[in-house]
Design a protein around this ligand. Structure first.
Ligand code: ACO
Length: 311
């Protein structure tokens, strides 16, 4: 009898056996993983920019050292993810060229400006918090290299989330002006953080297939709800409020109800028309061009070493 590779593959996925780089996989599975992992990697790298903006203005040496370490972690996350992506047969250079040409996406959240020091708190707390909610689930994703990269990334992200929340705690218990700054940051980052989870399930083109392949373990709406439920007690503890007049505990559902997300704003940002899209891509393009000599030198050195071993 003829072997049905597709069926065997699905049976493996259903049995929670990880798919590894050399295993047979459907082309569409490979393609959607390259799409998702490369976009995830780009998000980590572009995500360094809004925080980098505040490094030289951190209020103390300690804050500066912590923020610097956190941003460097994000660079590391990008590198693990590019490596995981390369195991699927695409080069890192190709994925980066796809970002720079505008073909590949990166998270909408990083197209918003970081306007005050409190934004460093709100980003660590809410943006990294939303990222963790999504990434903890991805530790069980069906593709081995992606799942394994997620384990370390999640550990580091939880440190990031705590450093952000601690900044918010200090500000919200500080002077009236500091509390106002914390509230203003929460007002600006709340809705964009909810948008990070992607379109609502009925509009999400990839979810059904990605759930079947166990690339995604929860839908966009499930994770968004979990994030809201976890965040509201934290908001309350800070003595702040979320900018959503429809937010209300729903006893029957056992979840918070929340207001309508501005999907027009979301798609506008995804299409490249957010406040910072052009500046973000310009910064990445310049970094890529100015870093060309480093890549060339590293390649020449690697080649020299390899030829020595063969002598
Ligand atoms: N920003 C930009 N684009 C988005 C976003 C977002 N927040 N959410 C969804 N999209 C895009 C999708 O990429 C997709 O477009 P594509 O098919 O051209 O790739 C389209 O909107 C429709 O969305 P979905 O069908 O729901 O897409 P998908 O199944 O890939 O789900 C999600 C989106 C949840 C972001 C998923 O890709 C994922 O879990 N990615 C890994 C996590 C990640 O990338 N995190 C980045 C931010 S966290 C951080 O870097 C610190």
């Amino acid at each position: 009898p003829q072997i049905n590779f597709e069926e065997q593959f699905q049976a493996k996925v259903d049995a929670e056996i990880k798919i590894e780089p050399k295993d047979w996989m459907p082309d569409a599975y490979r393609k959607t993983l390259i799409r998702q992992i490369s976009q995830h990697a780009h998000s980590e790298i572009v995500g360094m920019l809004p925080e980098g903006n505040w490094l030289t203005r951190a209020p103390s040496l300690k804050r500066k050292a912590t923020l610097l370490a956190k941003i460097q972690d994000e660079a590391g996350h990008g590198l693990y993810l590019y490596s995981a992506c390369e195991t699927l047969g695409i080069t890192r250079l190709q994925t980066i060229e796809d970002l720079l040409s505008g073909k590949a996406k990166y998270s909408s959240i990083f197209n918003y400006p970081s306007l005050s020091w409190a934004d460093m708190g709100a980003i660590g707390w809410l943006v990294d918090g939303a990222a963790i909610m999504n990434q903890v689930a991805l530790c069980r994703t069906s593709y081995g290299p992606y799942a394994r990269a997620m384990v370390r990334i999640c550990k580091e992200e939880s440190f990031h989330q705590r450093q952000g929340y601690e900044i918010m705690m200090v500000l919200s218990k500080g002077s009236a002006a500091q509390k106002e700054m914390a509230q203003d940051a929460l007002n600006r980052w709340w809705w964009p953080a909810l948008m990070m989870f992607g379109p609502t399930d009925s509009e999400s083109s990839n979810t059904e297939q990605s759930m079947k392949w166990k690339i995604k373990r929860h839908t966009n709406d499930e994770l968004r709800q979990k994030f809201i439920d976890a965040s509201i007690p934290q908001v309350n503890y800070l003595g702040l409020t979320v900018p959503d007049k429809d937010l209300k505990w729903n006893e029957e559902r056992g979840h918070y109800d929340f207001g309508e997300i501005d999907w027009e704003e979301f798609w506008n940002v995804v299409k490249g028309n957010g406040i910072c899209n052009k500046a973000r891509l310009k910064a990445r393009r310049e970094a890529h061009e100015q870093g060309a000599w480093v890549r060339e030198a590293a390649a020449a050195y690697a080649e020299k070493r390899a030829s020595r071993v063969n002598e």
